[in-house]
Design a protein around this ligand. Structure first.
Ligand SMILES: [Zn+2]
Ligand SMILES: [Zn+2]
Length: 126
C-alpha cells in the first residue's frame, strides 16, 4: 500500500522546510507532506516555493538538494554571460535570494528565489 498527501496549511507553530531549510513562520502558508514511500512513513513540511520547485523539477521519488536543483535547472544563470558556473553562492537567511558570483566572467548578482522570481526565470528561459 502506498499513498502520498500534500495539504496546504497555515502554520500554527514554527516549522522548517525540508527542502531549503528555511524557517516557516507562524501564520505562513506551507505544504504538509505525508505518505508512505518504500515502507517508510514520511511526514515533513515544505515552504510553498519549494512545493512549486518539487512539482516542476523533481520527477524521481526522492528529493535532490535544493542548491543542485537550482543550478542543474539553470535557475541561477549568470545575467552577464549566461553560464551556470558559479564560483560562489550564498543563500540569504530567509532563503528567498542568493548572492552569486560567476566563475566565468566574475559578475556578481543576487538571484531572486521567491516563487515569483523563480517563475519569472522559468518563463524567460522556455
Ligand atoms: Zn523551502
Ligand atoms: Zn558570467
Amino acid at each position: 500500500m502506498s499513498f502520498w498527501n500534500s495539504v496546504k496549511r497555515k502554520a500554527r507553530k514554527e516549522h522548517t522546510c525540508k527542502y531549503c531549510g528555511k524557517k516557516i513562520k507562524k501564520g505562513e502558508e506551507y505544504s504538509r507532506e505525508t505518505g508512505i514511500y518504500e515502507g517508510d512513513f514520511n511526514d515533513y513540511c515544505l515552504c510553498l516555493r519549494c512545493r512549486f520547485l518539487v512539482d516542476e523539477f523533481e520527477h524521481d521519488d526522492y528529493l535532490h538538494e535544493f542548491a543542485d536543483t537550482l543550478i542543474d535547472n539553470d535557475l541561477m544563470l549568470c545575467p552577464a554571460c549566461g553560464t551556470s558556473n558559479l564560483s560562489e553562492w550564498e543563500f540569504t537567511d530567509d532563503m528567498q535570494s542568493c548572492e552569486c558570483e560567476c566563475d566565468n566572467c566574475g559578475e556578481k548578482w543576487v538571484a531572486d528565489l521567491s516563487i515569483e522570481g523563480i517563475k519569472r526565470i522559468i518563463t524567460s528561459t522556455r
